[in-house]
Design a binder for this molecule. Sequence first.
Ligand SMILES: [Zn+2]
Length: 526
Amino acid sequence: MRMRTLAAAALLALTSLPAAAQDRTTYSEGSRPRVLINWRSFEANGFPAAWKDPITNVVINAYTRLNLVLGVDVRPQFFGDTDKVDAGSGEIVISANEKHACADNRLASTFGFFPDRLIIIIHAKNACDLTPWNWTPFWPNPGEISLHAVMMHELQHTIGLDHSSATKNIMGGYAWTSHYGPWSGDITDIRAIYRLRTDDRLRQLATYNGGTSWSTLTNDITSFGSTFARTTNKIAAAGNTSTGDYVVGWTTPGNNLTWIRGDGVSFDPANWFLYSVHPRPRYGTAMVSDHRGTWMWVMVDGRNDDNRVRVIRSRDNAASWAYTSFPAATTAATPGIATTVIGGRRAWIVLWVNYDESNQNETGYIYAAVSFNEGDSWSAPHRVDGFYRVHDGVSIEANDAGQCWYSFVWAGEKGIWDYGQNKLRTRACTISPAGIVTAGAACIQSQHSRVAPDLAWHTDTGTFVQGFREQNFATSLDSMRMGAGGCPAGFLHIGGSTSHVGPGMAPNPGWSTPAGSEIVMWFARE
Ligand SMILES: [Zn+2]
């Protein structure tokens, strides 16, 4: 592989693990600790009965985030309800009680027996004045305490991390609560005690009928022996109509950015490149081409905790890339990118879920910036959608008629939009000649996911195709189709498609059959 260098262009009272003086391996490497929830104990301590599913979702959402971003080979997995309070070997048992102790007032505690029988206890009340803690399993409104944020902290205790405040991390507490993290300190600490997860191979599905049916598209990347050909994050891909080639890009288990060119089946390692120094993304990436000569790839800089959105550009069929001068924008999840034509000019649109530590009020909303000159300059970052708070990242797709759609997972809000938790939502969008992206009609989908979906435009049938990862035990892949002006319909479960990451899709009219041109969907599993 050739190595390249990019051209430059309210602190909460949480818990300690009394028996742990330092980080240590708890559950064995390669294992999937079995997470059990004692729901009866939550109801007995005043948690609403209607929160059974929301709290279960919080637990799974929290460890899903840890599994993808920490990227180490110990990955908790939900195994159902229990009446137990203590954990057996290989288990993590989560229950609730009334309170801890006033002298050591806590929201939650992790206890249990080393190495692999840890328990998490959520405390219902302030132990000093016996008022209930203002918990929420949804997006936290001001004054509410996010169970998601606290659960990520406690789960990191169970897999062996003690408190730390040397660098930014969720083991040092929070200034406020959020759906984001883990941060650089957590990642460094956990990777010091567990090996990286290097088992998830890149795999590919393809459709020729706009997502009516899918089949496996066997390719060289899946069988590459190198651990650089593995990932724990969403994969990016984009096609070139004139050559039929694809560029497939991803982050390695150690967070190097890497990409390879090929025809979708044959990928020659001589066309495989890796950035050794930066930008080291921690989340998935997204890529788009104009199917002619220009390529854009969006990611989040992972060299620090600034979480800057970066867009790199290639004009040589992805032989080389350089940073564009993307404006200051921050996110902590996978961003999206698309291209279209507005008023005769080609537009490049980047969407991200805004993450601003100094402004929780604006955090969780989708933001955008647009370029009409291939990334030389961009419109100022602006909010697209003032209604939906987003769990995880966002994806966007557009056709050359100026139609665009974006798709995401809704976080839901306590007492207002409870039912929205983990629901897929897709909205039409418009792009003004001044580079302002505006939300249009919202599609009400009943499907759920824990990670961002993806979209691809199928020219032959005039259909946007949506791919997403189900939140079932198998985390399988599904797809839906929507005509321009319509909403996703025709739910299709793609058999045998278990994926540990959200899907990464790309259309490529350079490959077509009588049924239509190709759309590929990349995913990852053992
Ligand atoms: Zn703690």
